[in-house]
Design a protein around this ligand. Structure first.
Ligand SMILES: Nc1nc(=O)c2c([nH]1)NC[C@@H]1CN(c3ccc(C(=O)N[C@@H](CCC(=O)O)C(=O)O)cc3)C=[N+]21
Length: 286
């Protein structure tokens, strides 16, 4: 039986977006309208859904947005030319090139081409470096969303043991750094970790980003721990599943995120927040 508190990313997201919208209305009066460009190469169906959600969020918040849909066989040269054009556009404050890209395009070359000031994904080496150092930077959206959700529980991170499963550049590594910035003691686990359950059972806060459906069950979890599920896995049945077996985990956990309706909506909200911040900086308002 589930007795755990469910952390609604949808609800937290709606609250934050309401605040962003109010801020955007104020900025528009000063001639500042945040602009986001989303670039999608090819026709991955999941990517199509995300891109549509991003465009809709822009519309709801009063942002200017451009969606560039390019053929799957677009050359790297043409994609880079588009990025350079967007870098030079004053009506665009944020550029997001949807990943993964087709195999003939080198992701690194594309990320490096985006102006760090417009890198609202927080993937450019300049932003990653500033994150590591602890300087101001555009934060990667999913990790920033994870921190917001933990804050929303009201549970203090300082002094707690946070365990992260996964060490990717887009989630595991940056979320570990952000947890550390919140003064948590952080352990990173990954596929080669020998005594994973021993470690996760000590976690006051468990963040799971492994990309394997229902990987974490109740046996990994310390009673009452906060559990944040970053996974989005499409099952053969067509249903979405997280990396956490919610049914099982929520019998022992404390506050826990669902999938869908957990981290996913927060990722898009943090993208909007970054774009607004980039727009304010471009207008000398921050
Ligand atoms: N450059 C880049 N930046 C990204 O941030 C990026 C990317 N590439 N490539 C793909 C991943 C994935 N991603 C998601 C965003 C929102 C939901 C989301 O809103 N999910 C909803 C459900 C969506 C559904 O029903 O499929 C939810 O969890 O409730 C999910 C996944 C951003 N990504």
């Amino acid at each position: 039986m589930t007795t755990a508190q469910i952390i609604s990313g949808k609800q937290v997201s709606d609250e934050i977006r309401q605040n962003l919208k109010t801020e955007v209305e104020g900025l528009a009066a000063q001639g500042c309208v945040p602009g986001l460009a989303v670039v999608l190469v090819g026709e991955d169906p999941a990517s199509q859904v995300y891109v549509r959600n991003k465009a809709k969020a822009c519309e709801d918040l009063g942002f200017y947005s451009e969606v560039h849909r390019l053929d799957a066989d677009t050359s790297q040269e043409d994609l880079l030319a588009l990025v350079h054009k967007l870098n030079g556009q004053t009506d665009i404050n944020g550029i997001l090139v949807q990943l993964p890209l087709p195999e003939h395009i080198e992701e690194k070359a594309v990320i490096n081409a985006i102006s760090p000031e417009k890198d609202v994904d927080g993937f450019h080496p300049v932003n990653v470096g500033n994150l590591v150092i602890g300087d101001d930077s555009l934060l990667p959206c999913t990790p920033a969303g994870v921190i917001e959700l933990i804050k929303h529980t009201g549970i203090e991170m300082s002094g707690k043991h946070a365990v992260v499963i996964g060490r990717s550049n887009i989630v595991g590594k940056p979320v570990s750094l952000l947890l550390q910035r919140e003064n948590a003691t952080v352990t990173m686990c990954h596929s080669r970790t020998a005594n994973m359950k021993e470690l996760t059972r000590q976690a006051d806060i468990l963040v799971v980003a492994v990309g394997r459906a229902n990987f974490v069950d109740a046996s990994y979890i310390k009673p009452g721990a906060v559990v944040i599920d970053v996974g989005i896995n499409r099952l053969e049945t067509g249903k979405l599943a997280g990396d956490v077996d919610f049914e099982s985990a929520s019998t022992v956990s404390g506050p826990i995120t669902p999938v869908p309706g957990g981290v996913g909506p927060m990722t898009i909200t943090m993208l909007m927040k970054n774009t607004l911040l980039a727009a304010k900086r471009a207008h000398g308002l921050s």
